[in-house]
Design a protein around this ligand. Sequence first.
Ligand code: ZN
Length: 136
Amino acid sequence: MQEFPHSLSPLLSLLLAVLSLCLVVCEALLELLMISQKESERLENLTVSDIKLPDYAVITYAVCTIDKNACGWGGWMLEGTFTTSDAKTVILANGDDPLPTVTLQICPNCGGTIVRTDTAHLYDLAGQADLRMECR
Ligand SMILES: [Zn+2]
């Protein structure tokens, strides 16, 4: 093991103490961010009656073509899920409300960035889809 000069020893001890304290604080913060086992089980056992269902969803055909190592993958990407809203909030131009949705623009094959094509489709469970598409 390498010996450090005497003048560095107190400094190294202080540095180690600070790093140890940072590690303890980071671990405590991580525990605050993590959900409990009970909460995890509750979330995993949600049923359709516990979840707000979308009135419509929009998907777009996307391709993996722009990154340096693009793989050429093509497939449907979820743009979003929405509920119609009588309150007509100002979140969307048409007054509807977006629901939490995974919409990552990442290629499932190579991890590259995917690009939206002009082909989009709306799956409507509430009717009158053409009215909502006019606001897009
Ligand atoms: Zn790709």
